[in-house]
Design a protein around this ligand. Sequence first.
Ligand code: ATP
Length: 271
Amino acid sequence: MMEPSETLVGRPVDTPRPDAPAARLRAASVRFGAYTAIDRLDLQVEAGSFCTILGPSGCGKSTLLRLVSDLIPAADGEVSIFGKTTEEARLAREFAFVFQDAALLPWRSALKNVELPLEIGRKRGAAIPAGPRSPRELLELVGLKGRENALPHELSGGMRQRVAIARALLCQPRLLLMDEPFGALDEMTRDRLNLQLLDIWRETGTTILFVTHSISEAVFLGQKVIMLRANPGRLRGIVDIDLPAPRHMKMRDTPEFNRHCSHLRDLLETC
Ligand SMILES: Nc1ncnc2c1ncn2[C@@H]1O[C@H](COP(=O)(O)OP(=O)(O)OP(=O)(O)O)[C@@H](O)[C@H]1O
């Protein structure tokens, strides 16, 4: 996954390539004034993979997602998304973001919230090409068939997050960036949404970069866990999670699962 010194040497970073990784960072740094939040990070995320990001508070997990999504610039180094610059990838709607707070408009129904990006695009005179699934079909995909007309306050926290995921999938992003999307939910709801997210990942083929504070969530969801260390944010390591697919809840009681969790806990202590 991490190949700091390989390939693409001499190739302009914004040349689109069909086989390009979903995200590639080369010696990428982010600074806030004098503070270095991310320091010379080399990372490669394979297209179609599910990677979780773990690390101590303040190590730069959210900053990494913001860097990839063109919300903040790299002070040094290069970042490419499917072979494009982050700006090109943003304009091409290659990625979508899901935050911890679903950020739905309270006066709009679930369906109208999912449709919102299309409406905004139309109003701005820049029609957004919708993906192959309609907003209704996306609500069905996230298990909300029948709740299309519900207002956000009539939905549970988990349901609101599912509306946010449906909205993020509207333009069929090839990369889904998720910043602790289930962090505020109770354990049972989180478990359910973890399973549902794995189904969505399989069905859509999108790449997922998922920030979490939970070691067990990182292991359960991820094919790889990207571990960052703090002060400054650097790569601590990448751990392959070789649990079989499809994953199921009972797996969390197996020695293999616990071995991964224990290994990551040891790594975290050295971050
Ligand atoms: N806009 C900003 N201005 C100044 N410093 C910032 C800004 N955004 C983040 N930082 C700093 O960068 C570092 C990384 O922050 P970030 O939010 O990425 O960490 P994190 O790993 O996501 O943290 P947590 O796990 O607590 O959510 C922190 O020290 C934070 O204070």
